[in-house]
Design a protein around this ligand. Structure first.
Ligand code: ACO
Length: 371
């Protein structure tokens, strides 16, 4: 018996995050609490150590991340050689992460301590890659990270070249927390399948970025902003949504394989979207989004997922629309790494079977006799 898209199949046990009755927890802590009270670095620590850090442990992790953000100059130089007007930042991120493996002396050292050190180095460099490319393609030089800034603030600082306002840092921090982990989603499963062959961390994260890129997964947030831009005003929403549905096209940012009643992350992003769009003097992005939600859900009972309101949040924070998914990847790297640690700790090759539906046994036909 096959399950289409592996729906409902429990493929592993995990102590990292759980989705039970439409509630998402990281190691037992409700994301509603973490989003309000924690920093992203605290969540990284929680996912990697399965406990919240003490003050000293948190300080140490923050320091380690800040110390390792700088990119090898070769990676920056290679980014400058891409077709800058065409290449998608997710392609650049995937390639840069793969290349980073070549600059890490411990890339193929497979023990717990070395893997942890690599995880720190990779998590720290993810925002630097996204930020460097966002600037390079505009003809700007990358901005070096600052050791006195936290992860969210540093990320924004490296993209914009100026220190972000407190409210922007708060929003970024929340968005990073909300995207950090999500049980056995497609990209996390990809990472686990990859490292279950005892391949290295850089391979696992490169594979995961490839899976996240697609519009049915992380790529949806960029598509949401494209849709909001195409719609342009609240009065055009109804006809746009109904037309899409008549053509049997999907509306990006809605539906989910696991959640049926609603994605618990969406409400936080919706709230942030309202606040930030008002602050930037562009409330139309929130208003259009709300109208899309009302119109779509009155036709189909599929609530918005994490990608829907994150689009207007990231737009309000001033990010280019095609770096929305790379920002997601920066955050989700923390979860991917946690799952990679868990996979290594109790590994068995992941190798399912396929039910064969092709032709039955046939005799080989020599070339001259084929029609
Ligand atoms: N718009 C319109 N119809 C939809 C949508 C949507 N966004 N999502 C699901 N449906 C419909 C399908 O057309 C299908 O209808 P049918 O049974 O009449 O053919 C039914 O709901 C089931 O949809 P599936 O695609 O089979 O559901 P699945 O569980 O496989 O997919 C997914 C989940 C991929 C998230 C889907 O809802 C979707 O494509 N959403 C839009 C893309 C998106 O927002 N992705 C981000 C998800 S969150 C994340 O990955 C971070």
């Amino acid at each position: 018996m096959t399950a289409s898209g592996l729906e409902g199949v429990v493929a592993t046990t995990s102590s990292i995050s759980s989705i039970i009755d439409d509630t998402l927890t990281y190691v037992g802590y409700n994301i509603d609490d973490l989003t309000v009270h924690a920093s992203f670095e605290e969540v990284i620590y929680l996912l990697w150590h399965l406990e919240l850090p003490t003050k000293e442990q948190l300080q140490e992790l923050k320091q380690q991340l800040a110390d390792h953000m700088e990119l090898p100059p070769e990676i920056i130089e290679s980014m400058k050689k891409y077709p800058l007007d065409k290449v998608h930042p997710m392609t650049v991120l995937r390639t840069a992460v793969s290349s980073l493996g070549a600059f890490d002396d411990e890339a193929d050292v497979m023990n717990e301590e070395a893997n942890y050190r690599k995880a720190i180095r990779l998590q720290a460099k993810m925002p630097a890659i996204v930020a460097a490319f966002a600037r390079i393609r505009k003809g700007l030089e990358p901005v070096a990270p600052r050791k006195d800034l936290g992860f969210a603030a540093n990320f924004m600082y490296m993209i914009k070249g100026e220190e972000p306002a407190d409210i922007e840092v708060e929003a970024m921090n929340k968005a990073l927390i909300l995207h950090a982990d999500h049980e056995l989603n497609a990209s996390t499963f990809t990472a686990r399948v990859c490292v279950a062959t005892l391949s290295d961390i850089y391979s696992g994260i490169t594979a995961a970025i490839g899976a996240l890129k697609g519009p049915l997964h992380g790529g949806a947030n960029e598509q949401v902003m494209k849709m909001l831009t195409e719609i342009g005003s609240v009065d055009k929403v109804e006809s746009y949504v109904k037309d899409k549905l008549e053509k049997k096209e999907k509306i990006m940012g809605f539906g989910h394989r696991v959640y049926r009643k609603g994605d618990p992350r969406a409400k936080h992003l919706k709230e942030m979207s309202k606040k930030l769009t008002e602050l930037t003097g562009e409330p139309e992005w929130y208003n259009i989004s709300v109208k899309v939600e009302e119109t779509f859900t009155s036709e189909k009972p599929l609530p918005p997922n994490v990608d829907f309101y994150s689009a207007s949040v990231y737009h309000s924070l001033g990010f280019d629309h095609d770096i929305f998914t790379p920002i997601f990847a920066v955050s989700r790297t923390s979860g991917w790494l946690a799952h990679i640690f868990e996979q290594y700790a109790n590994n068995r090759l992941i190798r399912p079977r396929a039910e064969y539906t092709g032709p039955s046994m046939r005799s080989y036909i020599p070339m001259d006799e084929r029609k």
